[in-house]
Design a protein around this ligand. Structure first.
Ligand code: FES
Length: 121
């Protein structure tokens, strides 16, 4: 489980990615921070960030269709909960990272785990 949204906020570094108005409801934004490809969704005004990497066969996940709070991998149809990165449907069986998101001074920020933080249940 790689749900960094549950990590102590002291153990992540928040990185500014975009002005809030660039991510309106129903939209998504792709960013790369270090070696991590991340997609940020605005679902009905709530922001969520998950890895743009399907755990089934490393396909890009972020372009997939969204149903409710799940994204469907465009390659083979695996489903993931956008809020937690939890796998919700085969063929993927491993969860993917979910990152904390916040808005500060009109800017969207993503929390990236500090070195040494690799997992949390
Ligand atoms: S790469 Fe995503 S379901 Fe196969």
């Amino acid at each position: 489980m790689f749900d960094y949204t549950k990590v102590d906020p002291e153990k992540v570094e928040f990185i500014e990615i975009a002005p809030e108005n660039e991510l309106p409801a129903g939209e998504r934004l792709f960013v790369t921070i270090g070696d991590q490809s991340i997609v940020v969704f605005n679902i009905a005004g709530n922001l969520y960030a998950i890895a743009d990497l399907c755990s089934h066969d490393n396909g890009p996940l972020g372009d997939g269709d969204v149903e409710g709070e799940e994204v469907i991998c465009p390659r083979h149809g695996a489903r993931f909960d956008i809020r937690s990165g939890k796998t919700m449907g085969l063929p993927a069986v491993k969860d993917i990272p979910a990152y904390p998101v916040r808005v500060r001074d009109g800017k969207v920020e993503i929390g990236i785990p500090l070195p040494g933080i690799t997992r949390n249940g």
